[in-house]
Design a protein around this ligand. Structure first.
Ligand code: HEM
Length: 509
């Protein structure tokens, strides 16, 4: 049903775009990494909706919030599918259903389950876990700032470990965590179109296994993924039977399974997906925030000033402080604008022929909402290359909104996608980013390093890893407690949290 009639209707035309080569189209014009930068240049040249053709497949790139909302949100009945990569689908088949077929009941039930676990009312109940894990983060970050990537990963995955499975992550070299990340890394590779040649040339799929090593690789990958998710699910199921399971997503699912018409494998997969989608993204956003602070000491100072006024010197910020900390929320929001985590957007697939603003969009088009460009639209974000939290705080900017006790917030922000596919973890992510920004800025100074020659060691503006989650490559900067008193506050909070940890007897240390 995805086949377009491919005839451009009368009065409409195809959108503009760079000219391609015969057969392969624009395939070779797309840089293998950081493609959103090239896409932004093309948007400047061709406008907010331009067309690429990749080996016979249509890829349209959207570069303003207006067009993204008009298509992906307002016409969500057409634009809510995902491309089913032939390599993945042929080999993995049914197990991908929860996330791929928007008109299939499995998809609806999966999103319903995710909503139950992650909606705002639920997210509020995870705040105490965010307080606990953020206190652990501070305690270790101050003692060993060089390993900031590891501590942020432990925070974001440790949070989901606790609320998702009732398990505690000890260190950032937890063996299960390593397995999950190795797996996640592979999955991102498989999920990026073109990673497997077979997605570009489906005919390769017909090769026998011995000529097609990628087939074995994919199968092994999926077996490992199922194995991990199923293992976690089984652990919780056993505990539910024994009456010892702590409250967690798996337990909620197991106890209410009959309300969701999902197979056990799909249910386990849905909860596993929340982990896969939520851990790396949150950590990546915070790595970019550290970069922003190292680059903008004046912004960190303003942030600390507000924190000192609202919170004082004697205690760490809590969730109750956040309505009074608009600058914390503005800084988090501006970080996601300036260095978006899913920079090129997560593509949606259209399922019906459509016309927008006189331009024809055939069924089966991959629509990319390029956040890098969306967040740099001059009219909305004047001086877009400048990191400027004030644009969310001062009435003279187009993005300002009243009242400051509520705005800025991250709800419906383009960073979290659009319409029926909008990030279900948004409420949890928003709380994580806000509380981490508040607590790290309250407790720590962040600045560029001074080299042995007495000069500042520069921090690169944009030296990012290539991959699905966009995070700065490890960089050198100084982080330390703002004072001995504040370090004492952190230590005491840490001891209190460890003592009152509801999963204390499950920690194993
Ligand atoms: C800073 C943190 C995060 C960012 C920037 C982010 C961003 C996104 C984006 C852009 C999408 C695609 C939306 C679309 O297709 O229109 C997405 C999907 C998703 N996110 Fe997040 N996310 C974050 C954190 C989280 C967390 C904490 C969770 C889980 C607790 C989560 C779970 C998911 C899931 C399961 C999907 C797939 C939804 C679907 O395809 O239907 N995310 N996220």
């Amino acid at each position: 049903h995805l086949k377009s009639k491919q005839k451009v209707p009368q009065g409409a035309k195809l959108p503009p775009g760079p000219a391609g080569k015969p057969l392969i189209g624009n395939l070779l014009d797309i840089p293998p990494a950081h493609s959103w930068l090239r896409f932004k240049e093309w948007a400047d040249q061709y406008g907010p909706l331009f067309r690429l053709s990749l080996a016979g497949r249509e890829h349209y790139v959207v570069s303003t919030e207006k067009v993204a909302n008009a298509l992906l949100r307002e016409r969500g009945n057409i634009y809510s599918s995902r491309e089913q990569l032939p390599a993945a689908v042929k080999l993995l088949g049914d197990s991908l259903r929860p996330l791929f077929y928007p008109h299939d009941d499995t998809f609806r039930q999966s999103r319903r389950l995710m909503h139950r676990l992650c909606k705002e009312g639920a997210a509020i109940t995870y705040q105490s876990t965010q307080i606990l894990e953020s206190t652990r983060l501070l305690y270790d970050l101050i003692r060993n700032p060089e390993d900031y990537e590891g501590w942020l990963m432990r925070y974001s995955s440790g949070l989901i470990f606790r609320v998702g499975f009732g398990k505690v992550m000890k260190d950032n070299d937890d063996p299960l965590l390593k397995r999950l990340f190795a797996e996640n890394h592979q999955l991102e590779r498989v999920a990026s179109p073109g990673a497997y040649l077979v997605d570009t040339f489906p005919i390769l799929m017909n090769l026998p296994d011995w000529l097609a090593p990628f087939k074995r690789e994919l199968k092994a990958l999926h077996v490992e993924e199922q194995d991990i998710f199923f293992g976690l699910h089984e652990d919780v199921r056993r505990e539910v039977q024994q009456g010892t399971a702590p409250d967690c997503w798996q337990k909620t699912y197991i106890e209410h399974a009959e309300e969701y018409k999902l197979t056990t494998a799909h249910g386990a997969y849905v909860v596993g997906t929340l982990f896969e989608a939520g851990a790396g993204t949150t950590a990546a956003a915070m790595m970019s925030w550290l970069l922003c602070m190292a680059l903008h000491p004046d912004e960190l100072r303003k942030l600390q000033q507000q924190l000192d006024e609202v919170v004082g010197n004697d205690r760490l910020p809590t969730f109750d402080d956040l309505p009074n900390l608009p600058r914390v929320r503005a800084v988090a929001k501006e970080t996601l604008r300036w260095r978006p985590v899913t920079a090129g957007g997560v593509p949606h697939l259209s399922e019906k022929d459509d016309v927008y603003d006189g331009m024809f969009i055939p069924a089966g088009t991959n629509v990319h909402a390029n956040q890098w460009a969306i967040h740099r639209e001059e009219a909305l974000y004047p001086d877009p290359e400048t990191f400027k939290p004030d644009r969310w705080l001062e009435p003279k900017y187009p993005t300002y909104r009243e009242p400051l006790t509520q705005y800025p917030n991250l709800q419906n922000y383009s960073s979290f996608g659009f319409g029926r596919r909008i990030c279900p973890g948004m409420h949890i992510a928003e709380r994580s980013l806000n509380i981490l920004v508040a607590r790290i800025a309250w407790a720590c100074d962040i600045k560029k390093k001074t080299g042995s020659d007495g000069k500042q060691v520069e921090v690169p503006l944009y030296d990012y890893v290539s991959g699905f989650n966009v995070q700065p490559k490890w960089f050198a900067f100084d982080l330390s407690a703002r004072s001995e008193e504040r370090w004492q506050v952190v230590k005491e909070a840490y001891e209190w949290e460890m003592e009152h940890d509801p999963l204390k007897d499950r920690r194993g240390w």
